[in-house]
Design a protein around this ligand. Structure first.
Ligand code: AMP
Length: 467
């Protein structure tokens, strides 16, 4: 399959050639024709599969075709792309700029943590594609800086993360103010029952696309772990970076405090390191990321909040300094390496007290992580042997306030009476929400779906605080 077979204009094809893309990735080969056909889509794509171009390219093509008839008016947008994090928003915007460099289409990005006035000014002239995080978008909408009268398409990217981060209410508020006739594209790394419940309220008779089994990790990633005592992790990391001559490494810590502390330790050992997390100003985050991208920073230390937004091509090493509490975050974290076919290594430093997290992660990824010993760092507190891995069972959707409420309301409306319990709604959803076919299909099938989702409704989400 070639990009030229997908119905994209020569100007888009030229931009792709210049970017060095030779052929579409599997998600792109499936999503591009589906989006161009005007249907809603629901796509399960793991990180690093090229999903951004999968929705951006056909959006550009569609806008291009109607650009003369549907000129965007002041304070309006034709396409809204919602993302959970600022970094991801900025990254999607960067991609759009690259792919649309030969097109007469405008795009912009808005997110919290930076001044709102410049964003209001920019929006005055209207923008064809707007990438946004939910909170700041609502602020701008309440101040009439953005209207949706001309909206043609909505993209919800990383929908699973949106729910994890507690954005459901914001998303619902946004959907309420959008025109009802629009094309909807929903992307999620995993398709838990909760996401399916959201999808039912959002997409209409969608084409379902899946390119990889849920909660699996890219096959180009080699996973391994080193059992080590907690207090030795810092020196072990220093040892690995220097003895194995890692040119660059992205390190994940569980807490902001831990990330700051580790940054200081590594700096004192002579490494150029920077931390990126929710307590850092947007400028500091952008600077750290830019430094990492231009290689002036060797070690970038991040908390999970930053994980979704970081796309550094050919990043060879990702280290879990602490294992994440939410198992699925392991998949997202290591999705920062091994991207787009490039080989990567994901190294976890695991202390004995993290055994349960390790068991949970191995269950989610359905494989044992290879253990390696490093001389001089053998632990005194022994990490027990991994357990046999049990297959993942389907789970009922968890009750997410707001999401399930609506479902109940809709069934009330439909039946003309109060629904007796939400539980009934769950059962229906369970029946309908199982399928996610591994190929493009119009109708859901009844194949198995891994649904080991974990809802961490993060009330301390920094994005809510700062918007
Ligand atoms: P994404 O999953 O959208 O975050 O993309 C992951 C990485 O793959 C990004 O660095 C993209 O620039 C790159 N990428 C996307 N599509 C292609 C393609 N067709 N060929 C090569 N690289 C690609």
């Amino acid at each position: 399959m070639q990009f030229s077979e997908l119905g994209l204009s020569n100007d888009i094809l030229l931009a792709l050639t210049e970017k060095g893309y030779t052929e579409p990735s599997p998600i792109q080969a499936k999503a591009i024709p589906a989006v161009l056909s005007g249907q809603d889509i629901m796509a399960a794509a793991q990180t690093g599969t090229g999903k951004t171009a999968g929705f951006t390219l056909p959006i550009l093509q569609k806008l291009l075709e109607t650009n003369t008839t549907n000129k965007v008016k002041p304070n309006n947008t034709r396409v809204l792309i919602l993302t959970p994090t600022r970094e991801l928003a900025a990254q999607i915007y960067d991609n759009i700029k690259v792919y649309s460099k030969y097109l007469n289409l405008s795009s912009d990005v808005i997110f919290g943590g930076v001044k709102i006035n410049p964003q209001m000014q920019r929006l005055r002239q209207g923008v064809d594609i707007l990438v946004a995080t939910p909170g700041r978008l609502l602020d701008l909408h309440s101040q009439n800086a953005i209207k949706f009268n001309q909206l043609e398409m909505l993209v919800l990217d990383e929908a699973d993360r949106m729910l994890d981060m507690g954005f459901i209410h914001d998303i619902k508020k946004i959907i309420k103010v959008l025109p009802t006739t629009r094309q909807n594209l929903l992307f999620s790394a995993t398709f838990s029952p909760e996401i399916r419940l959201l999808a039912k309220q959002l997409v209409n008779d969608p084409v379902e696309i899946s390119v990889a089994a849920e909660n699996t990790t890219a096959s180009t990633i080699e996973h391994w772990l080193i059992a080590v005592d907690k207090n030795k992790k810092g020196s072990l990391l220093h040892h690995l970076i220097t003895s194995e001559q890692w040119p660059q490494v992205l390190v994940f810590c569980r807490t902001k405090h831990g990330a700051n502390k580790l940054t200081k330790v590594l700096e004192s050992q002579g490494h150029k390191a920077a931390a990126i997390h929710g307590n850092k100003s947007q400028n500091a985050r952008t600077k750290a990321l830019a430094g990492f991208k231009d290689k002036s920073i060797q070690v970038l230390i991040a908390t999970d909040i930053a994980a979704r937004g970081i796309d550094i091509s050919q990043l060879p090493y990702v280290v879990n300094f602490d294992l994440p509490n939410v198992q699925e975050d392991y998949v997202h974290r290591i999705g920062r390496t091994g991207r787009a076919g490039v080989e990567g290594q994901a190294v976890s430093l695991v202390s004995a007290d993290e055994y349960q997290q390790l068991v949970d992660i191995e269950h989610v990824i359905q494989q044992h992580i290879t253990r390696r010993d490093v001389e001089g760092f053998m632990p005194q507190n022994i990490l027990p042997e991994s357990r046999d891995i049990k297959p993942i069972k389907n789970k009922k959707p968890k009750k997410i306030k707001g999401l399930n409420d609506d479902k109940a309301k809709r069934s009330e409306h439909k039946n003309g009476q109060r629904s007796k319990s939400n539980k009934k709604g769950h059962t229906n959803q369970d029946k309908q929400g199982k399928a996610f076919s591994s190929t493009t299909s119009k109708k859901p099938n009844k194949s198995n779906t891994n649904t080991n989702s974990n809802n961490t409704n993060n009330s301390s989400d920094p994005y809510h605080k700062t918007r």
